[in-house]
Write a protein that binds this ligand. Structure first.
Ligand SMILES: Cc1cc2nc3c(=O)[nH]c(=O)nc-3n(C[C@H](O)[C@H](O)[C@H](O)COP(=O)(O)OP(=O)(O)OC[C@H]3O[C@@H](n4cnc5c(N)ncnc54)[C@H](O)[C@@H]3O)c2cc1C
Length: 399
């Protein structure tokens, strides 16, 4: 046994990097491992939206689904406050701007949904209000005249997904964490002091070897690999994988200061600090699978032309000026949600000292997930009620 740590964090996406940084800052001996490179997967492929309102996917199935999704609002509020101070705490900028987010509506049904949603969100403490068309003429004149109302949340905004996690990883290293890339957790064995973890590693010259470390606590921050990684600890961690489409335009003088989402369509867009417009919102791509149907996350997933076109149509319908701006690139990213749209956050049942977080908008919620995980690994209870996000809830329901 060569290395002993207080905590091993598995996964170098934004969530793993934040957890490693927070735990190292608190004085823990931290190891962060990633089977590939830091920020190579969802955290570096996503839209960088910081959305604290309920998203379209959470309200499209009706009011009851929205009420359930709203149970994650304490995590949203926590994350909103943490994003506001994160660049200062990390010590370098990564494009955080909380200049407000609009969820727009085009018809009476959508306006009714926005009003219901705003009331629900306010009941959980989120600052959100419904603007009518005359207010939108002042606040967001770039919106199509077809938009009749919007919910405005002043806390919403964006961060640059290409650089956020690497900046946090650097801060973690500066705080004393060890980072091992091309280091895949493939086995775990329970010992009195925690876990012996087998890491399969590939050196820069391509040589493969196995390295064993001991950690008192383990954090699973493995995104779409969470279910697979759970099996290493004999744990059932159900997640639903999604392959999603993103498109970026060429640069255009800044005219969209807000994060824009739609109350009746899959659309989320924003203008980045580099002046491109990032368009997404949940349009599907083709998730590659092995012959037996198992998702093959390490393969290249495929764009679906109809999704790119549908996403572009929704964007132009909402902001007509986008019609004149060329799209320059589309890509596929993969991510997870849980079957009930709430995240999985907490202790892994049957695996003492192992904790997990994933599901949904784990870029936006990365800071609050990481804060909760850092409290749990150091033996404290979370100040957020974790019962709705219990990773064991699906097994308990089916029993
Ligand atoms: C197209 C798209 C757009 C999105 N837009 C947004 C958005 O605007 N806002 C938002 O909040 N969310 C968005 N999301 C969701 C968000 O990107 C993810 O929820 C978030 O990035 C997950 O971060 P993570 O750190 O948990 O996982 P990841 O970034 O996926 O990192 C997991 C890491 O674990 C590593 N790993 C896995 N298994 C092992 C193992 N056995 N050993 C070692 N390492 C391992 C992987 O290599 C990977 O680097 C979007 C997702 C997609 C796909």
């Amino acid at each position: 046994m060569s290395d002993h740590y207080d905590v091993a964090v598995v996964g170098g996406g934004l969530l793993g990097c934040l957890t490693a940084w927070m735990a190292a800052r608190d004085g823990a001996r931290v190891l962060l491992v990633d089977k590939d490179q830091v920020n190579q997967h969802a955290s570096g492929q996503n839209a960088g939206s910081l959305h604290f309102q309920l998203e379209y996917r959470m309200v499209e199935s009706g009011e009851e689904a929205a009420r359930v999704a709203a149970e994650a609002m304490p995590l949203h509020l926590d994350a909103a406050a943490m994003w506001a101070r994160m660049e200062d705490e990390i010590g370098e900028p990564f494009g955080v701007r909380q200049t407000g987010g609009l969820m727009v509506a085009e018809n009476a049904d959508q306006v009714g949904m926005l009003e219901f949603k705003a009331e629900l969100e306010r009941s959980w403490g989120l600052d959100v209000r419904t603007l009518d068309r005359s207010e939108l003429d002042v606040v967001a004149p770039y919106l199509s005249p077809a938009i009749v109302a919007a919910n405005l949340s002043p806390l919403e905004g964006k961060a640059d997904a290409r650089i956020a996690a690497p900046a946090v990883a650097r801060a973690a290293v500066a705080a004393g964490a060890t980072v091992r890339t091309r280091s895949q957790l493939v086995g775990a064995h329970r010992v009195p002091a925690g876990w012996d973890l087998s890491l399969q590693e590939t050196s820069a010259t391509g040589e493969e070897g196995t390295h064993t470390v001991r950690a008192a606590a383990v954090v699973l921050a493995a995104g779409v690999w969470t279910t697979e990684l759970g099996r290493v600890f004999d744990a059932d961690l159900p997640t639903v994988p999604l392959a999603l489409t993103m498109t970026v335009t060429s640069k255009v003088p800044r005219f969209i200061p807000h994060l824009v989402q739609h109350a009746g369509a899959r659309l989320s867009l924003k203008q980045s600090l580099d002046s491109t417009v990032l368009i997404g919102g949940g349009w599907p791509a083709r998730l590659m699978r092995d012959a037996d149907g198992t998702p093959a996350f390490d393969r290249k997933h495929q764009l679906i032309p109809q999704s790119i076109a549908g996403n572009a149509r929704a964007a132009v319908k909402t902001i007509p000026a986008l019609d004149r701006i060329p799209a320059v690139r589309s890509w596929v990213g993969t991510t997870t949600v849980a079957p009930d749209q709430l995240p999985l956050v907490g202790a892994v049942k049957g695996a003492p000292g192992v904790f997990v977080a994933t599901g949904g908008s784990a870029f936006t919620l990365g800071p609050s997930f990481a804060r909760v995980l850092t409290a749990l690994i150091s033996g404290h209870s979370s100040d957020v009620d974790l019962a709705p996000y219990d990773p064991a809830r699906f097994a308990e329901r089916s029993a």
